[in-house]
Design a protein around this ligand. Structure first.
Ligand code: GLN
Length: 481
């Protein structure tokens, strides 16, 4: 059942929240020993919330957009009184002192906060393999990765354990795992959703967004998450439209841009074929197709790995053994405390990023790398501005390949970084993007279609995605666990 239908049933009282919660918990018990989407899920906590919701009056239920619907939370979003680790050893034992704004909004909407999902350490990765806690499997093939960094969030929805989850996307961490797990993942425009209480990776790129089985459910959740927040000065005051109303319009009159730079050598032929079929389907539904060019795309990965690591090196300076999480017991003096704590607490990928970021910001290299990357970032944004003069949205593959095998890329950072080649540009330009299932490969692995929109063009993406799903059934496929 979709979150949308579930909410209706719960509001009407046809189904009790406790009954629904127990069904989800039993699915969790059956499948999560194989999938490992969750790093923490306490049955008692879930049932306590469900019981409290069951006690609300009919009138109180009506106003709650996610009444009784379980939503899983990525381990980098703060929930007051709950341990939040970013899947890092360095944050072991850290309990969040306050709720992230999105968490307050979920509570207000009557959602059940349903456990913490696994991720790459500090959201750095594309396979969830850099988690210090556990490895998450792709529900479609347990020997493969679920994508990352929000791999647990994507896998929790794909394996039927929750109808909805939230993740964060800095360079593709919502869209890429959504593509590889065959669910919908939506990264909103930078500033559409508050980042207050999201543990920062790269502050000019990070956005929180929804995972769902279908686009309508993603619209429902985005509706709750979006909106101005005085606690995040980068959060926009732009009014939030009614996303659920937007999705019902047909597609005639819309123009899609196909960027030639996204159909490159190295892309898996089955991925390319499925995406092209999806484009033909959109055309059948009345969308005009136009070629566009985003000439600076070839610099996306290098630009991202300068900007993101530079910001990460500053953001992660706060984990020094003094204020959060673990503290090395062997340290002899203050300097040694920093050194030992960071040596013991951070994993290899995080260390690599801190070193890269420190390097590109250091005197003598700043102009050559960081400043230059910022200039290229502007050029990339201009490419999109130009394209959006002719088209309403852009269509690309989400990931160049379907899910790869565990261990395949973990020792080869460059090959791992290339998994984000199609998702990174939207973050650098601050644009909304969504990944939608568009078919299965011969090996039964999901392929994702990416739609990129104008700033605050969420409505168009949801409309196109929903109409596509009305005409196709790719999103109705589920893995045989
Ligand atoms: N995979 C990309 C990275 O490793 C993106 C991660 C993300 O969006 N958080 O940085």
């Amino acid at each position: 059942m979709s979150a949308f239908d579930l909410q209706k049933k719960l509001v009407s009282g046809d189904l009790k929240v406790t009954e629904a919660a127990n069904l989800f918990l039993s699915q969790h018990e059956q499948v999560d020993s194989k999938v490992n989407a969750f790093v923490e899920l306490e049955k008692e906590k879930v049932l306590k919330q469900a019981q409290a919701l069951d006690e609300l009056s009919a009138e109180q239920r009506q106003s709650k957009k996610l009444f009784g619907v379980p939503v899983a939370i990525k381990d980098n979003i703060c929930v007051e009184g709950t341990e939040t680790n970013c899947a890092s050893k360095i944050l072991k034992g850290f309990t969040a002192p306050y709720d992230a704004t999105v968490i307050s909004k979920l509570k207000e909407a009557g959602a059940i906060l349903y456990g913490r999902t696994n991720m790459d350490e500090f959201a750095m990765g594309s396979s969830t393999e850099t988690s210090s806690i556990k490895k998450t499997a792709n529900p479609w093939d347990l020997e493969r990765i679920p994508g990352g960094s929000s791999g647990g969030a994507a896998a929790s929805v794909a394996s039927g354990q929750v109808p909805l989850s939230i993740g964060s996307d800095t360079g593709g961490s919502i869209r890429q795992p959504a593509a590889l797990c065959g669910v919908v993942g939506f990264k909103p425009t930078y500033g559409r959703v508050s980042r207050y209480g999201l543990i920062a990776f790269a502050s000019s790129l990070d956005q929180i967004g929804p995972f769902a089985r279908d686009v309508k459910d993603a619209a429902l959740l985005l509706d709750v998450l979006a909106g101005a927040d005085p606690k995040d000065s980068t959060c926009s005051e732009e009014a939030v439209p009614n996303y659920l109303e937007a999705i019902d319009k047909d597609l005639s009159g819309l123009t899609a841009g196909i960027p030639e730079e996204y159909f490159i050598e190295g892309i898996d032929p089955e991925v390319e074929a499925k995406v092209k079929e999806a484009i033909a389907q959109l055309e059948k539904q009345g969308v005009k197709i136009e070629k566009v060019s985003l000439p600076h795309t070839k610099y996306a990965v290098s630009t991202y790995y300068i900007v993101a690591t530079a910001e990460a090196s500053s953001n992660l300076a706060r984990y020094d053994g003094v204020r959060y999480g673990i503290r090395s017991a062997e340290a002899k003096n203050l300097n040694d405390l920093y050194f030992q704590t960071r040596t013991q607490g951070f994993g290899d990928e995080v260390k690599r990023r801190i070193m890269l970021g420190t390097y590109v910001l250091s005197a003598g290299y700043y102009d050559a790398y960081y400043l230059k990357a910022l200039k290229v970032r502007t050029l990339m944004k201009q490419d999109f501005d130009n394209a959006f003069k002719k088209v309403d949205f852009i269509v690309t593959p989400t990931s160049p390949t379907p899910a790869f095998k565990m261990g395949e890329k973990v020792d080869n950072p460059l090959s791992m970084y290339l998994s984000d080649i199609f998702t990174i540009s939207a973050n650098l330009a601050g644009l909304p993007g969504v990944s939608i299932p568009c078919g299965l490969t011969q090996e039964n692995l999901p392929v994702g279609l990416q739609l990129i929109g104008k700033p605050f063009g969420e409505e168009t993406l949801l409309q196109v995605g929903h109409q596509f799903q009305q005409a196709t059934d790719h999103h109705k496929q589920s893995p045989l666990l």
